[in-house]
Design a protein around this ligand. Structure first.
Ligand SMILES: CC(C)(COP(=O)(O)OP(=O)(O)OC[C@H]1O[C@@H](n2cnc3c(N)ncnc32)[C@H](O)[C@@H]1OP(=O)(O)O)[C@@H](O)C(=O)NCCC(=O)NCCS
Length: 192
């Protein structure tokens, strides 16, 4: 990959919710594939603010295992999950915007938390982690895409220093015929 990418390793750690409950944050392994897949399917049905409808979630545990293994192996990819006991309740991932020289300094992040766990500070922990993974890896910018009416996510991203850098009208078309604009957000990761 050239020398831009370093290992995107983040140690397993304990995090505490705003209500004082401890949870574990770690890199998912291939053995967690079934749990991660269940998480993806569940969250796709809980919120309109993800890009896929539940029926568009790949349903193969084998394939999920491959995706997770790829994230573990590749130096320029990172994935971390929050576990409440055995259950996956939040996931963040970081991947490059492009692999060619002119774009490989940019990463994009995704984060999702199960609805019953919203507003406990977990999204905030996940975003800190995405930033840490991207920085460890040598990326210079971290980018996020968000539905323009997703107030919770926008608040979180602005709080962590992401700035609005453009809006795409009618970027998302829903099954009921309605459209949502997309806001692109970006954070400079250079350390001064
Ligand atoms: C966006 C998301 C990851 C946030 O996770 P979370 O665990 O609820 O995040 P946090 O608890 O750390 O922070 C949420 C913030 O939004 C605030 N908030 C809650 N409801 C809000 C609302 N209706 N309008 C604006 N802000 C709101 C909370 O007060 C909190 O801010 P604070 O820490 O300053 O008090 C989660 O809601 C989610 O997964 N949503 C569905 C998928 C999604 O939208 N992902 C992002 C795609 S870009």
């Amino acid at each position: 990959m050239g020398d831009v990418f370093r290992v995107m390793r983040v140690e397993e750690r304990k995090i505490t919710t705003k209500k004082g409950v401890d949870m574990k944050l770690r890199t998912p392994t291939a053995d967690d594939a079934e749990k991660v897949l269940a998480f993806r399917r569940d969250v796709a049905g809980e919120t309109i603010y993800l890009t896929r409808y539940p029926y568009e979630i790949e349903n193969s545990v084998e394939k999920e295992r491959d995706i997770i293994s790829n994230y573990q192996r590749a130096e320029h990819l990172g994935m971390m999950a929050i576990f409440d006991g055995d259950k996956v309740i939040g996931v963040t991932s970081v991947s490059p915007v492009g692999l060619n020289f002119k774009t490989r300094h940019r990463a994009s992040a995704e984060l999702v938390v199960r609805k019953e766990y919203w507003n406990l500070g977990l999204g905030s922990h996940l975003l800190d982690l995405a930033i840490e993974m991207a920085e460890n890896c040598g990326y210079e910018r971290l980018e996020l895409s968000v539905f323009a009416d997703n107030a919770r996510a926008l608040r979180l991203y602005k709080k962590k220093g992401f700035v609005d850098c453009g809006q795409i009208p009618q970027a998302f078309k829903m099954m009921d015929g309605k459209y949502h604009d997309e806001i692109l957000m970006s954070k400079n990761l250079w350390r001064h």
